[in-house]
Design a protein around this ligand. Structure first.
Ligand SMILES: [Zn+2]
Length: 292
């Protein structure tokens, strides 16, 4: 879907007239696609930093993990730079997911040996061999022993240097990240609401929400509340809903189907609101933006 249309030239968070940047309502790091040019760069950058921690939330990671066979590209995005543990018959080893691959974290093991990714180990071995003033043929032979070493057993490369290749059969996420910062679902809900109400989003009723998003004085928990709805199995979609017929505006934010929040904008009313829903199918990429 192209950018959602936006007419006003004021940033919806700081209300300043600045050049606008494209903002993803649901973070791109989670495969979010709905975007609109309604934030200035300073606000976009600041909120981007707050949002960056969202993909480290254990619930978000578990949900992305559970449906990864159906949404491998989204899973790879969520997993980028995240801690994992590699599991193999020789044991578990910590590492990080980088550019589509699990990278072992270089470290010293309890017996004093070095644990390194295979490619880095080969480079370091090659450097060590060169310092030993071996002939080119001897270096080549030693590196061939490294390349041919079977997985799982110790192989002597030259006197004093042994290696062992550890196979990693699967990786499992390390769920140690921070929980969702409440500002993030509030931001998503606020931006989705803006797509419905246009420049009325800048009205005074939402001032305290903007204060929260801009991290200025005047923000208070009495102006919004957040219900967490963690229920059901993860499913490959993101969804946003404005609930109809409520005494104040309630926006549901649903990530991977089950990491879900009801964001209440207390004191904010939307006259004649009908149910509006946005869905983004993470398998087909199809989006349905209902701006009625
Ligand atoms: Zn701004």
């Amino acid at each position: 879907m192209p950018e959602a249309p936006w007419q006003d030239d004021r940033c919806i968070v700081c209300a300043k007239r600045r050049s606008m940047t494209v903002e993803h309502v649901i973070p791109q790091a989670l495969g979010g696609a709905l975007c609109c040019r309604f934030l200035c760069k300073p606000c976009n950058d600041r909120l981007g930093q707050i949002e960056a921690a969202l993909k480290r939330d254990p619930g978000v990671r578990l949900s992305a993990e559970a449906i990864k066979h159906r949404t491998p590209a989204v899973w790879a995005r969520v997993s980028e730079d995240q801690p994992f543990v590699g599991i193999g018959p020789q044991g578990n080893i910590p590492g990080t997911f980088k550019r589509g691959q699990f990278k072992v974290r270089a470290q010293k093991s309890v017996d004093g040996s070095l644990i390194q990714p295979t490619d880095a180990a080969r480079r370091n071995l090659s450097r060590m061999l060169e310092h030993k003033r071996l002939s080119a043929a001897e270096v080549a032979e030693a590196l061939a022993r490294f390349d041919e070493a079977p997985e799982g057993s110790r192989v002597a490369i030259i006197a004093g240097i042994e290696i062992a290749k550890w196979p990693i059969e699967k990786i499992s996420p390390v769920l140690a990240g921070p929980r969702v910062n409440p500002i993030v679902p509030v931001k998503i809900a606020y931006e989705y609401l803006a797509l419905h109400v246009g420049d009325a989003i800048l009205g005074p009723a939402l001032d305290p929400i903007r204060a929260l998003l801009a991290e200025r004085q005047g923000a208070g928990a009495e102006f919004y509340s957040l219900e967490e709805l963690r229920a059901g199995h993860p499913r490959p979609f993101h969804g946003l809903v404005i609930e109809p017929d409520q005494s104040h505006v309630i926006v549901q934010v649903r990530l991977f189907g089950n990491v879900a929040f009801r964001v209440h904008f207390i004191n904010v009313r939307l006259r004649g609101a009908t149910r509006c829903a946005y869905t983004h199918d993470l398998v087909s990429g199809e989006e349905d933006l209902n701006l009625a």
